[in-house]
Design a protein around this ligand. Structure first.
Ligand SMILES: Nc1nc2c(ncn2[C@@H]2O[C@H](COP(=O)(O)OP(=O)(O)OP(=O)(O)O)[C@@H](O)[C@H]2O)c(=O)[nH]1
Ligand SMILES: [Mg+2]
Length: 358
């Protein structure tokens, strides 16, 4: 009985064929390349030469929690900054199921068809609970994923919103260095994530559905105020008429808000992400926003304001992390918690003691 299994269809005789050896070598080579640690310089070179593997690896380092990676991440970001190009950053929000991913795929495909390079990221703090991710869902953006001029990255998981947001922001920088001129950040319109995304984009788009009558109910005022445009999605089939009606109502509602600093009056449009209608119009709206804001200098000013905000946010986050990760503090904190439970010390005294210790 011949127990030996042939591993290559090309080998006809017993033993190992030349092609088998070269195949094995090639596979081993690819594997070791994948496993090999890239230096910060190698990663940055790869990124600016538009190598998606390098970009993905660099993002993984940014998302990593290890101290060793934190240093490398900082180096990578530093080296990428001079290469960050002129981009447009777009945030897209809306309740689950409104069609954000479908819309982004349609818009993304349209944009690559007119010569743009599109990066799609997500801020999804809920994924840390479910272990999944809005963009990780394999059934979504199937076509855009295959597009050479598009890069899609799901949300960093297992993190606080603050952590995810900072990492997404750093990822935006890397994508820009990688030559992506349009950055789209998807976030689900529940909780606080839309505020975080609003603080990292130039243009904030709210997707809505034409509801059954009271379109204006159940909308968080805060989100309406943040929106630079509202797109009524799923305007197809029987939904076209209600969508048009909703457009009129939202337009009226938006006029009730005080005018924005940038002289931009938020616009409402209708689209069908599924049927690819209204996509070009949505993009033209974004372009006209960018034109207005660049002319009145708001575009750059807004980014400077965002940078200041992120400086403070990052310090806040890092201080907190470093404090809680400090070995002495970790030890002492346990003891102080016990002391507070036993009424041996007030919580304020305990807190000051720990802060002094740090
Ligand atoms: N009829 C119609 N269906 C749509 C349209 N856009 C999206 N859908 C459908 O709506 C469902 C949800 O779409 P998604 O794009 O996954 O929605 P989402 O907002 O990204 O959802 P989450 O990521 O879960 O928050 C899917 O079944 C889509 O096919 C549209 O324009 N018209
Ligand atoms: Mg989605």
């Amino acid at each position: 009985m011949n127990k030996k299994k042939h591993t290559s269809a090309l080998s006809e005789k017993e033993g190992v064929s030349i092609s088998e050896i070269t195949n094995k070598n090639a596979i081993a080579n690819i594997r070791s390349k994948r496993r090999k640690e890239w230096s910060a310089d190698q990663l940055v070179n790869g990124i600016i030469n538009r190598d998606k593997v390098a970009l993905s690896k660099a993002i993984t380092i940014i998302e990593s929690k290890s101290i060793k990676h934190a240093k490398k991440a900082a180096q990578i970001i530093q080296k990428c900054l001079p290469h960050a190009n002129q981009s447009i950053r777009i945030g897209i929000t809306g309740v689950p199921g409104v069609g954000k991913s479908t819309f982004i795929e349609s818009l993304g495909k349209y944009l690559t068809s007119i010569g743009k390079r599109v990066a799609v990221l997500a801020v999804d703090p809920s994924s840390s609970l479910s272990g999944g991710s809005i963009l990780g869902d394999k059934t979504r953006m199937e076509e855009l994923v295959k597009d050479d001029h598009a890069f899609i990255r799901p949300s960093a998981s297992g993190e606080s919103l603050g952590g995810v947001a900072r990492k997404t922001r750093e990822t935006i920088m890397l994508c820009e260095a990688g030559g992506y001129d349009t950055i789209i950040v998807e976030t689900v319109g529940v909780g606080q994530s839309e505020t975080a995304v609003h603080s990292m984009v130039d243009f904030f788009l709210l997707l809505k559905l034409a509801g059954a009558g009271d379109e204006l109910q159940g909308i968080k005022r805060g989100i309406m105020e943040m929106a630079d445009a509202i797109v009524i999605n799923k305007a197809d089939g029987d939904n076209i008429k209600p969508a048009r009606r909703a457009k009129t109502e939202f337009t009226r509602a938006l006029h009730l808000y005080p005018p924005k600093q940038n002289n931009w009056i938020p616009k409402v449009t209708i689209a069908s992400a599924l049927k690819n209608s209204g996509i070009k119009e949505s993009w033209e709206l974004i372009e006209s926003y960018v034109k207005t804001c660049k002319e009145n200098n708001y575009f750059d000013q807004h980014r400077i304001e965002q940078n200041k905000y992120w400086l403070i946010q990052t310090i806040d986050e890092q201080l907190k992390n470093r404090f809680y990760e400090h070995p002495e503090v970790k030890d002492a904190l346990k003891k102080q918690i016990k002391a507070v439970s036993n009424n041996e010390i007030t919580p304020f005294e305990a807190a000051y003691y720990l802060l002094e210790l740090y």
